[in-house]
Design a protein around this ligand. Structure first.
Ligand code: NAP
Length: 285
């Protein structure tokens, strides 16, 4: 029987995950496929139940189902519970479903590659307070960042995020409105500034004023469509370390693949498979 992983979400506009996982199944000699399941909210419960059956390796989960799937699986790993989102599910040999989160370790791998150092002891500014920002802040605190400032257009969401992670890690954690003048000081002190909003992908512009950062700082944009956002272009024009979200995307996929199959080391295969899609200017968000 051909094995299966289904990505649950709506809408499903991108094929990046499918391309990476199918290439990795082929390279590993595993008879399995990653299928896109764009389903309505009232079909999610049945889709999760079906994944307990023979032949299923697990599920991928994307918006808007990352919270509801957490409530339907048999177990949610503690980091995914703390972050508040399950973006992958693995089926055990006895048909139990375990929800986990790969955005946090994927972010850590991507940002540390971009920085050329560990997040440990780093001063971080994170723009955004949505689902991705939760994983980013978790990863920073878990890695031992010295300070994390979370700034968001809607300050209440930043405040709620900070309250969720209060007491985690050794570093300080502060919420600000994106328009707060004191954010300038945080940018000036930052080792890395992270865009975890949809700005640059959906709305035009950039959330981080490059000129406020130290020239040695790193700019990390979670957006990977388009490949070069205005933020990344501005950072590169100033000669700074800068990376988009593609390495995070690849790293989190490789982590999920290893959980489903036991086969590690697939990041290179995935990177090569997804490169044409990442470079294709006709692929839109
Ligand atoms: P989300 O939950 O919908 O959150 C969106 C965030 O963007 C919120 O903080 C929102 O602020 C902010 N925002 C939206 N429009 C804005 C604007 N015009 N000005 C300022 N802030 C604005 O989205 P998400 O799931 O966290 O995803 C965020 C980004 O990360 C997306 O681009 C996604 O593709 C990317 N991502 C990448 C990876 C990867 O592997 N590279 C993984 C996950 C996500 P308000 O609260 O004020 O609305």
């Amino acid at each position: 029987m051909t094995g299966r992983v289904a990505l649950l979400g709506k809408p499903l506009k991108r094929r990046h995950s499918q391309v990476m996982h199918d290439a990795a199944f082929d390279a590993a000699g595993i008879d399995a496929r990653y299928v896109l399941a764009e389903i309505e909210p009232d079909a999610v419960e049945d889709a999760v139940r079906e994944a307990r059956g023979e032949g299923w390796l697990g599920l991928g989960v994307t918006a808007p189902y990352k919270q509801v799937v957490a409530s339907l699986v048999d177990e949610v790993e503690s980091d995914a519970a703390t972050i508040g989102a399950v973006n992958n599910v693995v089926r055990t040999a006895d048909g139990r479903l375990i929800g986990f989160n790969t955005d946090a370790p994927g972010f850590r791998a991507g940002v540390e590659l971009a920085m050329g150092r560990s997040l440990q002891g780093a001063d971080v500014v994170v723009m955004g307070a949505g689902g991705a920002a939760h994983a980013v802040v978790y990863a920073c605190l878990d890695a031992g960042a010295r300070s994390v400032v979370v700034a968001n257009r809607t300050v209440d969401r930043a405040t709620a995020l900070v309250a969720r992670f209060a007491g985690m890690g050794e570093g300080s954690l502060t919420a600000l409105a994106a328009a707060d003048p004191s954010l300038a000081g945080a940018f000036a002190a930052a080792d890395v500034a992270v865009n975890a909003t949809t700005v640059g992908m959906i709305d035009p512009g950039a959330t981080i004023p490059i000129e406020l950062l130290r020239s040695e700082a790193t700019v990390f944009d979670l957006v990977y469509v388009p490949a070069e956002t205005p933020l990344i272009a501005a950072a590169r024009a100033r000669g700074m370390r800068a990376a988009n979200g593609s390495e995070m995307l690849i790293a989190q996929a490789a982590i999920a693949f290893e959980r489903w199959t036991g086969v590690g080391g697939m990041a290179g295969v995935m990177r090569a498979a997804v490169a044409p899609l990442l470079a294709d200017p006709s692929v839109r968000a």
